[in-house]
Design a protein. Structure first.
Length: 245
């Protein structure tokens, strides 16, 4: 596969970015970025710090202005974050974004509080994430891995069709990372499209169906984990080694 060729396309794409560019004043954060994520697929977005990965997420979530097209299920992506859940989009945050003064149950309840089946949805997520025994504890009292599980439960309680995971493995030990990989694959198996940003390269290589590599806001490589691993452009971006091909 040509590392800069477009990813496979089709009407089934859950998320599509086409020639997306973002600038903050005189700084170009994204430059002509194109890729897609299909239902049931896990796509990883990787690159050095400052490559533009979080800007991609913020663009999909309507937090920054952009040129080009961002489409969810074939329609323009929401321009307001308040519309994301209704369009089937859910996101975790690198900083978790939990409410420390609320209990685990209350944090997970927030995205679905207005739904008739809210209690059932929350109970199902607490069971699935092994949080039932912690349900009434304030989030501030939890360990970091437990807080990460609460954040994931909150993202999944809406049964998203597109899940954006921002560094989900950060700060976790080997056992928790392995368990997270199983959760992500199980979520994708339901037909949810998963896009994740992650610095834990071994985790990405063992989990993703496809990988998109950003450097200075541009896509420098894309493909399967094996294709990306062997691409000299990726080695240069991460290690500063001069590419020879």
């Amino acid at each position: 596969m040509n590392p800069l060729s477009p990813s496979p396309e089709g009407p089934e794409a859950r998320l599509e970015l086409r020639a997306v560019s973002v600038a903050f004043g005189g700084l170009t954060a994204l430059d002509d970025v194109s890729f897609d994520v299909r239902p049931g697929e896990v796509v990883a977005l990787i690159g050095p710090n400052g490559a533009g990965k979080t800007t991609v997420f913020n663009t999909v979530c309507g937090l920054v202005r952009h040129r080009g097209e961002v489409r969810v299920d074939g329609a323009p992506a929401p321009r307001r974050t308040s519309d994301l859940t209704g369009r089937g989009v859910s996101r975790t945050l690198q900083g978790l974004g939990l409410f420390d003064g609320l209990t685990v149950r209350e944090n997970v309840l927030l995205p679905v509080a207005a739904r008739r089946d809210a209690d059932e949805r929350v109970a199902a997520q607490l069971r699935a994430r092994d949080l039932e025994s912690l349900a009434e504890r304030p989030v501030a009292a939890l360990s970091y891995p437990d807080r990460k599980r609460v954040a994931l439960a909150r993202a999944l309680v809406t049964d998203p069709r597109l899940l954006l995971l921002d560094e989900p493995a950060g700060g976790l030990g080997a056992d928790d990372i392995a368990a997270l990989g199983t959760v992500v694959r199980d979520v994708a198996a339901t037909g949810c499209a998963v896009l994740l940003v992650e610095h834990h390269v071994d985790f990405v290589m063992g989990l993703a169906d496809r990988i998109v590599v950003l450097d200075f806001g541009r896509v420098i490589a894309r493909g399967t984990p094996d294709e990306v691993r062997d691409d000299p452009r990726v080695e240069e971006a991460y290690l500063g080694v001069k590419a020879t091909a």
